[in-house]
Structures are given as structure tokens and as C-alpha cells.
Design a protein around this ligand. Structure first.
Ligand code: ZN
Ligand code: MN
Ligand code: MN
Length: 281
């Protein structure tokens, strides 16, 4: 089973690889740039080469990028929607230059408009993005916690969106456990986990589930709140993570921790905790 974490690119993007190795990752995730800005510096040839070489010399695989937070492909505002498509395209190109095979994105928010309008905007945007796209990067849609008006707290909705993308080989699903729990899926129960996996399998095929964001939740089932907690110390708890790890189909999917770093534990600690748990089940 492959386990990793989201790591920082502070200083320069290729430093993320050293950081990932230092905490014992098999796989990792990064932002390729500041996620809270519309602008980004172009990558220099030197940095690109360094990044690619260090990755190929390591055993780290696969590498995930996470989309910046500002683009919103569900937006009812045409200007914003177009700008978001442009930035998604840009980020795909950036991933291709770095040879990153997957980019994870949230679905965005329909703001004042109806959910259906938002969903149709997302589908249109993705089909537009892929239309003349010749690269290799695959977009993974991530489920969200729910209460902030953003789309994607329903796994079924995401699967339906994915099923309506023309270039099927370019789209997949990233399941965030904290977000799923916060939006009402009780991951402490193995039958709920089975139900989720069967639902995904029936709609888009389980081979489209390409990443698990492995986060415990600070708040309780259905809270709608997106607050990550150390594995086993939150409301999903050891019971929930044992149930998740017991599911053999899930063990084939890379787990990425987006957990806090504080006096209780760091990233290395969460990876170790998951590996220990895996031995106990
Ligand atoms: Zn995310
Ligand atoms: Mn996540
Ligand atoms: Mn989150």
C-alpha cells in the first residue's frame, strides 16, 4: 500500500521531494505554486530538470498536484468561469512540464445560482479544457465537506459529473475522508464504505478512484465543516481508519495525508500511525 502526505514547496519546488522522503512518503502531493494567488512565476528550465531528475531517482510515485483555490469552474459569472478554465489549462501544462500525472481539484461554487447550473458549468468547463489538450495529466475531482456552498459534497453528484466528461481517460475521483465524514458518510461503518465503493463502481468504475485524501475530522458526522485532524484522533477515529484499511479495494489506492502539524504529531507521525494501523487489522 502506498502512503504519503501533502508537502511544502517552500524555497523551490524540487525541495518537496527531499521533504517527502524525509518523512517516509511512498507518494506525495504538492501545490505547484502559491494556491491563494492568481499569479505564478514560470518554472525555470533548471528547476524543471532538477524536479524531474529527483523524482525519477526516488521511489516516490505517483505525484499529485492540488489546484490553487481561486479558480471556480462552477461560477455563474462568465468572466470568472473563463478565467478559471484558463487557469486550469495552465496548471495542467505546468503538471506536464513537471511530469506530474494527476491534478486534484475541488468543484467550485455556483455562488448565487442553482446547483444544476453550477454542475452544468463544471461539465462544460472540463470538456472545454480537454478539447485540444494533448498532455498526459489527469484531473481528479475531490469531494467537499459541504456547508460553504461549494459543490461536491455528494459522491453521487461527482460520479455523475465524471460520467458526463467526454475524454474519460482524462478524469478521475479523489475521495477525501474528512470531507466525506463531514458531509454525512459514516466511515466508521464498513457497510457505508462498501456502499460508497459500490456506488462509485456502478457509476464510473472503481478504477477511476485514484487518490484517497486520508484525513481525520475535527468535527462530527454531517457537521459540514472542513477541519482536518490527525489520523485516529478525530471523529472518524481509529475505528473508522481501521474500517477503511480493512477494505482491500481501498488499499490499492494511494493514501495522502493532509493532516495538521502540531505538538501532538507531525506528518511523519501520521504516516507511521497509518502503517501501524495497517499491521493491526
Ligand atoms: Zn482539496
Ligand atoms: Mn483534500
Ligand atoms: Mn479539506
Amino acid at each position: 500500500m502506498r502512503i504519503g502526505a501533502h508537502v511544502s514547496i517552500a524555497g523551490s519546488i524540487e525541495l518537496s521531494i527531499k521533504r517527502a522522503m524525509a518523512i517516509g512518503c511512498d507518494t506525495f502531493q504538492i501545490f505547484t505554486r502559491n494556491p491563494r494567488s492568481w499569479t505564478s512565476k514560470d518554472l525555470t528550465e533548471e528547476v524543471i530538470v532538477k524536479f524531474r531528475n529527483s523524482v525519477s531517482e526516488s521511489n516516490l510515485w505517483p505525484i499529485y498536484a492540488h489546484m490553487p483555490y481561486l479558480p471556480n469552474i462552477a461560477s455563474p459569472d462568465t468572466e470568472m468561469w473563463k478565467k478559471s478554465i484558463l487557469h486550469l489549462k495552465k496548471e495542467l501544462e505546468r503538471c506536464d512540464t513537471l511530469k506530474i500525472p494527476y491534478i486534484i481539484t475541488h468543484l467550485g461554487s455556483p455562488k448565487g445560482s442553482k446547483k444544476e447550473k453550477g454542475i452544468s458549468n463544471i461539465i462544460k468547463a472540463l470538456n472545454k479544457v480537454f478539447k485540444n489538450y494533448k498532455g498526459k495529466c489527469v484531473i481528479l475531482l475531490e469531494n467537499t465537506a459541504g456547508k460553504d456552498g461549494s459543490l461536491g459534497s455528494s459522491i453521487k453528484d461527482i460520479c455523475n459529473i465524471i460520467s458526463r466528461i467526454k475524454k474519460q481517460e482524462k478524469i478521475g475521483f479523489c475521495l477525501d475522508t474528512c470531507h466525506a465524514f463531514a458531509s454525512g458518510y459514516d466511515l466508521r461503518k464498513s457497510e457505508i464504505i462498501t456502499e460508497i465503493l459500490n456506488g462509485i463502481d456502478e457509476c464510473i468504475g472503481l478504477n477511476k478512484l485514484l487518490s484517497i485524501h486520508s484525513n481525520d475530522s475535527k468535527f462530527d458526522l454531517g457537521s459540514g465543516r472542513d477541519r482536518h485532524e490527525h489520523i485516529g484522533l478525530g471523529c472518524i477515529g481509529e475505528i473508522g481508519f481501521k474500517a477503511l484499511l480493512r477494505e482491500k479495494k481501498l488499499r490499492k489506492v494511494p493514501f495522502i495525508c493532509e493532516t495538521p502539524v502540531d505538538e501532538r504529531r507531525d506528518d511523519k507521525g501520521n504516516l507511521e500511525y497509518l502503517r501501524q494501523l495497517l499491521k493491526k487489522i
